[in-house]
Design a protein around this ligand. Structure first.
Ligand SMILES: [Zn+2]
Length: 356
């Protein structure tokens, strides 16, 4: 199957239609691997998020990037290790880097990651010590670096180092260098839980490929690896939630719970900049749909009045993100800045309360 072929009816690439499930419980998951959960989200928010976190937490951007790359590569190792059951060393020897990078390249085009091309490997034959790729218009440069590092580590079962440099305003060269130390088995493990609660979300679906029909409101540029929302002009990408959660867990581990407040604040700002007042005022059905089509989780109750809002969500993808989003919705809908409290209930639901 050529993943970049598109559905003749709705225009969604077959690489998306055949590999992802939009579930009734508000999640998007990889077919055949329900533990691999994704969200479809404004990707311009990502690099802005890393920058704001470094400002608010008073650590350097370089340090935040380091944490992002390490955590993302760990999530990618776990995912690839799990999905290549016949043994990755077999793959590495017989399929090789070019083929692996071609897979990453076409995945990147359909998932909205930008245009990835192979630079070369050294030495040209045998086990590589160094592999170079170029990426144009990356969805997030540190996320891409983490993905590439993790993929190389799975293939070689050794640790890798990564460097990057800008070639011009859009293109970057990324080099991965294999180190001597071998990876231990636990380097492939990541705590990942399946979203546990069933749901009742119903999508109207494309009669030909089965993806939710509203996905046709997004335009795929399959030359550039860019997905745009037709109406807002915003760029989106599909990205794994476990990579995101691994980044946040690592920052909390290092800097404490103030990281969660910083994430909520950064996402509030992001959502204020990218959501419209109409979206914020679209009510229970509208917001429930908006959350589910993006795989954020399933809104099961929502009350939004003049001076307060309360929301409950099953299977929340990234709780801090969603609290920030809820704050922005309240602010856009009422014109007032809100104060929030939130909790994760014993059944995993997220409850957010906002008052003026
Ligand atoms: Zn279709």
């Amino acid at each position: 199957m050529k993943v970049t072929r598109t559905c003749g009816e709705c225009g969604v690439p077959l690489g998306i239609a055949r590999n992802l499930d939009w579930n009734a419980n508000g999640t998007i998951t990889q077919k055949g691997d329900p533990r691999h959960r994704l969200i479809f989200f404004e990707s311009g928010n990502l690099d802005r998020l890393w920058n704001r976190l470094s400002e608010m937490l008073e650590v350097t951007t370089d340090h935040v990037w380091e944490v992002v790359i390490e955590s993302k590569s760990r999530a990618t190792r776990a995912f690839l290790h799990r999905t290549l059951p016949w043994g990755v060393s077999f793959l590495a020897r017989f399929v090789g880097y070019r083929s692996m990078i071609r897979t990453i390249e076409s995945q990147g085009l359909v998932m909205g990651y930008g245009k990835i091309t192979v630079g070369g490997q050294y030495p040209r034959r045998g086990r590589p010590q160094r592999v170079t790729v170029y990426i144009e218009d990356p969805y997030s440069l540190p996320f891409f670096c983490g993905d590439f590092k993790g993929a190389a580590e799975v293939l070689e079962k050794r640790w890798a180092s990564i460097t990057w440099q800008a070639l011009d305003s859009r293109r970057h060269q990324v080099d991965v260098t294999m180190r001597e130390e071998r990876l231990e088995d636990e380097s492939f493990v990541l705590k990942e839980e399946m979203a546990g609660k069933p749901g009742d979300m119903v999508f109207e679906r494309c009669a030909v490929c089965g993806t939710p029909l509203n996905m046709k409101n997004f335009a795929w540029d399959l030359e550039a690896g860019v997905i745009l929302d037709d109406r807002s002009g915003r760029r989106l990408a599909f990205f794994g939630t476990s990579g995101m959660l691994a980044v946040f867990d690592e920052l909390v581990h290092e800097l404490g719970d103030r990281v969660i407040d910083a994430i909520i604040e950064a996402e509030r700002e992001n959502a204020l900049a990218s959501l419209s007042v109409e979206e914020a005022r679209s009510g229970y059905e509208g917001l429930r749909y908006l959350a589910a089509i993006r795989g954020l989780g399933l809104v099961t109750s929502l009350e939004l009045g003049e001076d307060r809002m309360s929301m409950r969500m099953s299977n929340p993808s990234i709780p801090g993100y969603i609290v920030g989003l809820a704050l922005a919705i309240f602010e856009l809908a009422t014109g007032k800045r809100g104060r929030h409290t939130w909790s994760l209930e014993p059944d995993g639901d997220l409850v957010v309360d906002i008052i003026e």
